[in-house]
Write a protein that binds this ligand. Sequence first.
Ligand code: GDP
Length: 196
Amino acid sequence: INFGQAQFLTSAPDIRKLPADQGIEVAFAGRSNAGKSSALNALTRQRQLARTSKTPGRTQLINVFTLSDHQRLIDLPGYGFAKVPLEVKLKWQKSLGEYLQMRDCLRGLVVLMDIRHPFKDLDQELIHWAVESDIPVLAVLTKADKLKSGARKKALMDAEEAVPGFGGDVRVITFSSLNKHGLPELESTLNSWLTQ
Ligand code: GDP
């Protein structure tokens, strides 16, 4: 798959407004500031596909990008932003859960987490929901360039020790949008999900 072909299709305020539940989708999720937009931009070789500087409150939309007539990337709303009112947070969580549980065409979930603070509560909850729905998960430890090699390896090992606890098909990679570390691994996982 040529991820550079990705094109913005639409933004949806909730899962009911998404395109028809047909074809194949993979979704990207993560806490606000985890590096999701940067990773999507690195993947698609487009500097501004997913906006990297965003105002909280404007990020509640689900962004849909097409790769072909039957393959899509879904950019789910970032969660866990401290300044967002509780009511809004709960609404996001609900729609994330609904999406993971109800979307038939969803074939994989990428969960982006800052390598320095992975597996926060909501990250874990999301992974649990995906596993319950038999959706494979790729845990992407972002901003790997922020750590020295030894610390990076330790973070990866710690994460690899944690993921069997989720029970399902959950794998981990380290990633950096800055130096493209981990990009081939991300691409190969997405390729396998999108072409099965
Ligand atoms: P999002 O809220 O998850 O979409 O996160 P963004 O992609 O907007 O990134 C949040 C912040 O982290 C921005 O200041 C980015 O420049 C920075 N960032 C994202 N990815 C990386 C990375 O791989 N390395 C470094 N050093 N900074 C990153």
